[in-house]
Design a protein around this ligand. Structure first.
Ligand SMILES: Cc1cc2nc3c(=O)[nH]c(=O)nc-3n(C[C@H](O)[C@H](O)[C@H](O)COP(=O)(O)OP(=O)(O)OC[C@H]3O[C@@H](n4cnc5c(N)ncnc54)[C@H](O)[C@@H]3O)c2cc1C
Length: 391
């Protein structure tokens, strides 16, 4: 197991860091540190421009194959990029779902025509994507999807409702899991469709969250259309593709996030020093515990990387459960460090401080991309070989 980065990787790190520092000090200084969870509505026009800038400079989707606009970067280099991005205060990525979820899915499961049509547009920051999986009765039990689609005159026509669709209101396209075989049930008969968002058959209703903002929406499909060729994998075999996407969602893109978490912990420690809470012995212990948890995440990420570099290994299974639980506790610690001040909004009517946003949004970390309970089931069944969970 190699827990150090190579000399080439460190040179790559410097190149990324220099580029980001220069860009975020110049034309894009306004977006620095903006657009994260609970602040996702901030400066969307400027952040779209940032996506295009990243693409033009070759710093978007660096893991994509060269022929589709990427750099063929190794997993280690991708993680280095995510780390430096966090360290530099890079803004919340509007392109995240295209880059981290749909892109790798198309590379693995898409047709050549789909790769050529969609990947370069993601790289150039021209098309923003969202993920249409969850429904009112299909969250953890995703196989219960009821949204239907059928072929009509060379197009898929969709009817149904999705919910919790992050960034739907800013997205140009959505990958939608729907039932295309009306006689099917559960995992069979589902298809993975690529659907343009800006059309009359789609209604988006943003949901106000506890942050006071709307990171996700309800999305109603009432005769929405997409071309027959916009199905990834064979019709009826969407489950396999959907699970592939989930593996990407829980994997690579989260390996570099400890640097963003380290920034948050540093802000909490600064606050504790400033307001005197750093002298409270229990707070001190929790701060030290938080730091230890961060080191464990880093060690686990490095161990995962050293396990082969391109394929995510078993360690990836515990990554989601560990970071989500740790991060939720960090949010609570931030509030306890603030004390009574935690309850006072930064400005009327409901403008929150970064630490308040951290606390409120981190409540969702143990839910999205597979809840903690579901992660434990996966570990039980796949890592420990225990009997399957009763459905
Ligand atoms: C911030 C945020 C962003 C999201 N973005 C998206 C998105 O972009 N696209 C999208 O499609 N979805 C998105 N989701 C939805 C997310 O994937 C679901 O919320 C999640 O899968 C849980 O499903 P559910 O909400 O239906 O809860 P349920 O599945 O109804 O679960 C309710 C509770 O029961 C527990 N539970 C359920 N089944 C079991 C079981 N078998 N064993 C033990 N416990 C169980 C769960 O852990 C949970 O505590 C997002 C969610 C959040 C919070």
């Amino acid at each position: 197991m190699e827990l150090r980065f190579s000399r080439e990787d460190e040179a790559f790190r410097r190149e990324v860091a220099d580029w980001l520092a220069a860009e975020l000090a110049g034309e894009f200084s306004a977006v620095r540190g903006r657009g994260g969870p609970g602040d996702e509505h901030a400066l969307t026009r400027e952040r779209r421009a940032w996506e295009r800038r990243l693409g033009a400079a070759g710093w978007s989707c660096i893991g994509f194959p060269r022929e589709y606009g990427g750099r063929d970067a190794t997993l280690t280099q991708q993680v280095i990029f995510y780390e430096e991005y966090a360290r530099a205060g890079g803004p919340g990525r509007l392109g995240h779902i295209g880059e981290g979820l749909l892109g790798p899915t198309l590379v693995h499961f898409g047709s050549e025509a789909q790769k050529r049509r969609f990947l370069p547009a993601i790289v150039r920051g021209e098309e923003v994507w969202c993920q249409g999986y969850s429904e009112p009765n299909a969250g953890s039990d995703l196989a219960n999807v009821q949204t239907r689609a059928r072929l009509e005159g060379g197009e898929w026509v969709l009817h149904g409702q999705k919910v919790w669709t992050s960034w739907a209101q800013w997205a140009d396209w959505c990958f939608v899991v729907c039932r295309t075989d009306p006689a099917s049930s559960r995992h069979a008969g589902l298809s993975y469709l690529l659907v343009p968002m800006r059309q009359p058959g789609i209604e988006i209703r943003p949901i106000v969250q506890i942050t006071g903002t709307s990171e996700f929406s309800e999305v109603f499909y009432d005769g929405a259309r997409t071309a027959a060729e916009n199905v990834v994998g064979a019709p009826g075999e969407g489950w396999k593709v959907a699970m592939g996407t989930l593996a990407f969602e829980r994997g690579a893109s989260t390996l570099g996030q400890q640097l963003a978490f380290a920034n948050e912990l540093a802000a909490i420690i600064e606050t504790a020093k400033h307001n005197g809470r750093a002298r409270d012995p229990l707070i001190r212990q929790r701060l030290a515990d938080a730091w230890i948890g961060l080191q464990l995440q880093r060690a686990n990420a490095l161990r995962t990387l050293s396990g082969g570099g391109s394929q995510l290994s078993r360690e990836a299974m515990i990554t989601k459960l560990f970071w989500a639980t740790w991060h939720r506790s960090l949010g609570k610690l931030a509030m306890d460090v603030l004390g009574p001040e935690a309850e006072i909004a930064a400005a009327a009517p409901y403008e929150l401080t970064p630490l308040q946003r951290l606390f409120l949004f981190s409540r969702s970390d143990t839910i999205y991309a597979g809840s903690n309970q579901i992660q434990r089931n996966l570990i039980a069944e796949r890592a420990l070989g225990l009997p399957r969970d009763r459905r």
